[in-house]
Write a protein that binds this ligand. Structure first.
Ligand code: RB5
Length: 140
């Protein structure tokens, strides 16, 4: 799978860990920055990743900031982006099965690395269930 990833300074360290994991799992990762812990504006990076997904250049996107909140707010303003802010694996799985989330948002200042990587692993390996859920996501 091709996955676009981006963060601001508050998510930079966790982004690096996620890239390593995804590459180990055999995925192709496009890193859209930021590339240091210098202060930047999270909307810039959310839009870069969402543009990749909307254009079909990446199958899914992952966004990391301090809390994941700003990234999810920005991402969900885009048509055909369904971004899910997840703090544990159950919600991550459900966001795929029921909501067909195409962007995962995480908060580096909220999650430990081990939990965050579990969430990513679960989200990447979960599929949309379709059926009644397709009708529902077609309603917004
Ligand atoms: C940056 O300090 C912080 O506001 C940002 O990473 C994020 O948490 C915003 O939602």
């Amino acid at each position: 799978m091709k996955i676009a990833i981006g963060s601001d300074h508050g998510g930079f360290l966790l982004k690096s860990e996620i890239i390593t994991l995804l590459q180990e799992l055999g995925h192709e990762v496009g890193d859209h920055g930021t590339h240091s812990q210098d202060s930047v504006d999270y909307p810039d990076f959310a839009q870069l990743v969402c543009a990749e997904v909307m254009a079909g250049k990446s199958n899914r996107g992952i966004l990391v900031c301090g809390t994941g909140i700003g990234m999810s707010m920005v991402a969900n303003r885009n048509e055909n982006i369904r971004a899910a802010l997840c703090h544990e694996p159950f919600a991550a799985r459900m966001s795929r099965e029921h909501n067909d989330a195409n962007v995962l948002c995480l908060g580096e200042r909220v999650l430990g690395v081990g939990l965050a990587l579990d969430i990513v692993r679960t989200w990447i390996n979960s599929d949309f269930a379709g059926g009644r859920h397709l009708r529902r996501i077609s309603m917004f």
